[in-house]
Write a protein that binds this ligand. Sequence first.
Ligand code: BDR
Ligand code: CA
Length: 322
Amino acid sequence: PVPVIIDCDTGVDDALALLFAVRHPGIDLRAVTCVAGNTDVDGVVRNTLTVLERAGAADVPVARGAARPLIEAPRSARHVHGHDGMGDLALPAPRRTPADADAVTLLRREILASPRPVTLVPTAPLTNIALLLRTHPEVTRNIERIVFMGGAAGAGNATPVAEFNVWHDPEAAAITLTAGVPITMYGLDVFTRVVVPGDDVRRLRASAEPGARLAGDLLAHRPAHPGSRPDDPGEDSGGLGDAGAVCAVADPEGLTTHRLPVEVSLAPGPARGQTIVDRRPRIGESELHEGTREQTLVDVGLDVDVERYVRLYLTTVERSPA
Ligand code: BDR
Ligand code: CA
């Protein structure tokens, strides 16, 4: 299995991502780190521990990370994911507490200790990842790739042009994208498209298995923010959201990516937090940078096999826990 660390802001769809990661046989979930985003970081830690317990994965180390973005003021997205950041499902408090180590320390330790290079899957603002890359740059030698949910080649959701995770901490996203690590961007262009049909959601909700049942309840949650809603909200259907980024690790063939220059807009004003994806037709690599600033090449997800990821998600979360 691929060693994976998820950095999240649980979050309804982050929870869907965790439930998938702990059940997929091709993924070895080595740690989960938490960051402020959908809700405050202590809420994120609580939600993450609860979800892992419900999924029968209470042994996965969880660490608390950044409570606010690098430069931006702290802000909350409670209007999207409910008061508790988890769709107000009123889940029980977790039985355990997070690791003593903070997120950056745990990330460094787990990455350097892994016998195989680790795939990092941030499904949240990139604050922890930027702090890690700046504080301990030696970790890049044992990072296979960063597959992050964030950004958009087309429309945004937090603003007309910016996606929430990048908008929340644009400097962190810029640091991450320019760190010299191979990057896959699972942005809004694919994120909103992967929708589980209502029949499947109802079946999950009726499951006797607690992890599958929780996945069903989470899928039934309707994000209040229009830009975060799945494309086809048929009755009871639900978007996989962040979980799609983990599907892209388990089954990269399902995601069509194009290697394109991407730059995060850092200037104050209406474009702040936009991921500017250069989709102009190119004649040759040599002409790419001519006359322009040096930009990072990112594997940008522009198309997704929706049915394939929905099937992959369902067969995985409906497996009996190992
Ligand atoms: C992203 O923002 C959060 O609300 C979701 O969990 C997802 O990671 C979508 O823009
Ligand atoms: Ca998230």
